[in-house]
Structure formats: structure tokens, C-alpha cells
Design a protein around this ligand. Structure first.
Ligand SMILES: O=C(O)c1cc(=O)[nH]c(=O)n1[C@@H]1O[C@H](COP(=O)(O)O)[C@@H](O)[C@H]1O
Length: 245
């Protein structure tokens, strides 16, 4: 396994969107040996809980816990504290909760680490506008005027001001986010669709290669791998495309 392969595989976050631990574990077995990041979202977490996350960490995986917290600051602080105690490497909140709420997430992480020095600080990432949100929905349903890009950049700046590590956005916005917030600011980009694959409910999509060329730090891929006839081959093809980008 060469260094470039390892680097790119580590920037691929595979979304384990499954209803139970058995099905999620079957995919992990299929991907055995590929050094990718693993994302646990609401569907799996609400079914399999913290034990599944602890087990992933025991087995050496990098874990992104995607629970998209959006609540009053005090509640988010407590949530962030509990999440940090699970030992995950990355978790997210909604930037729409505002600066105090995002600060509270950071406070919760700090409190957990101060109480247990064996814990490490996870990356705290704020969701800007969901990749399933298009221009019409933003303006007409949510009621935010202007372009999606402007709305994303505004949240990205707010996230940076709040002292968090980066944002979730579409890969379409990665290079603009880097221009505004700097290249050290992490961009986690779902809505990834290899050429010819089904877009599903995603609106702001790019291919794995386009995302890497646009400067995304990480790409998040679910169904193009989990629903593929041969998930391992699909993951390997995505990593190859990332390496060639
Ligand atoms: O926070 C996320 O991970 C997320 C944010 C976002 O804006 N869009 C988005 O699709 N996601 C997640 O990324 C994954 C994308 O899955 P697929 O559309 O199947 O590739 C899902 O687990 C979503 O919950």
C-alpha cells in the first residue's frame, strides 16, 4: 500500500447508513484493509448506539459521528462532552444554531478532555447548507435570500469565528470556502456521485475527482458504495479517481 493510496483512502469517509449493526459490520468486513474513515449517522447510531462506536474505535477506525446537533447551547455542550468521551475523531453540529451554540460545543469538548487526559480532541465541524438543498428550496422554502454559495460562505465564516475546525458543505463550495477561511479550515463534502451514478436526493453533487481538485479535505460517500453490487470495487474505484485527480 503506497503513501498516496493511504492518504486518499484516509480522505474517503464511508457513510454506514444501515438500520442495524449486523448490516454495517458486513460492509466493514467487505472493506477490510482499506484505510478509509467511517461515518456513523443517525440511522445506525439510534439503532446500535454508543457501543457500536466504541467497537469501531477499538478496531482502530477513524470515526466521524454525524449527529448534526442543533439545540440550545447548554444541551449542545453536554452532547459534545458525551461524544468526546466516546473517543471519536470528528463530529458535527448545525451552523444555523449560531455562534454561542458552536462555542458551547467547543466548551463541551474541552470539559471532557480536562476531566480525562487520555481523550483526544475531535474535529468539530459545522453543517452549512445540506447538500440536498438547492437554490429554490433555500430561497422559497427556508426563506434565505441570495445564492446557496453566499449562504454557505456566511456560515463558514461564522464557524471559523466560533473557533471550530471546519464545515460540511458541497464540494462545489470547497475552493471558495478555502479562499475565505484559509486552506487549514477543513471541508467535509458529501453529495459525491461518481460519473453515471444515481443522484438520489442530493442536489449539489460533484464526482470524487472534481471534489479533490476543488480542494475538499474529505469526501463523504454512502450509497455509491453501500448500494453498489460490489462495494469494495466501488470504494477502490473512488480512491483511484481521487489519486488521479
Ligand atoms: O453531515 C453529513 O454527513 C451530511 C451533510 C450534508 O449536507 N449532506 C449529506 O449527505 N450528509 C451525509 O452524507 C451521507 C451521504 O450519503 P449518500 O448520498 O448516500 O452518498 C449521508 O449519510 C448524509 O447524512
Amino acid at each position: 500500500m503506497n503513501e498516496q493510496y493511504k492518504e486518499m483512502a484516509g480522505r474517503l469517509i464511508v457513510a454506514l447508513d444501515y438500520p442495524d449493526a449486523t448490516q454495517a459490520s458486513a460492509l466493514l468486513q467487505e472493506l477490510e484493509g482499506i484505510p478509509c474513515y467511517i461515518k456513523v449517522g443517525m440511522q445506525l447510531y439510534y439503532a446500535a448506539g454508543p457501543d457500536f462506536v466504541r467497537d469501531l474505535k477499538t478496531r482502530g477506525y477513524k470515526v466521524f459521528l454525524d449527529l448534526k446537533m442543533h439545540d440550545i447551547p447548554n444541551t449542545v455542550k453536554g452532547g459534545a462532552e458525551s461524544i468526546t468521551r466516546l473517543g471519536v475523531d470528528m463530529f458535527n453540529v448545525h451552523a444555523a444554531g449560531g455562534k454561542d451554540m458552536m462555542n458551547a460545543a467547543l466548551d463541551g469538548v474541552t470539559k471532557a478532555i480536562q476531566s480525562d487526559r487520555s481523550l483526544h480532541k475531535p474535529l468539530i465541524i459545522a453543517v452549512t447548507q445540506l447538500t440536498s438543498t438547492g437554490q429554490d428550496v433555500l430561497n422559497q422554502e427556508i426563506g434565505i435570500p441570495g445564492t446557496v454559495k453566499d449562504a454557505v460562505l456566511r456560515y463558514a465564516e461564522l464557524t471559523k469565528d466560533a473557533g471550530l475546525d471546519g464545515v460540511v458543505a458541497s464540494a462545489m463550495e470547497s475552493s471558495d470556502i478555502a479562499s475565505v477561511c484559509g486552506t487549514d479550515f477543513v471541508t467535509v463534502t458529501p453529495g459525491i456521485r461518481p460519473a453515471g451514478s444515481d443522484q438520489g436526493d442530493q442536489k449539489r453533487v460533484l464526482t470524487p475527482g472534481e471534489a479533490i481538485r476543488n480542494g475538499s479535505s474529505y469526501i463523504v460517500v454512502g450509497r455509491p458504495i453501500t448500494a453498489a453490487e460490489k462495494p469494495r470495487a466501488a470504494a477502490e474505484q473512488i480512491i483511484k479517481e481521487m489519486m488521479e485527480a
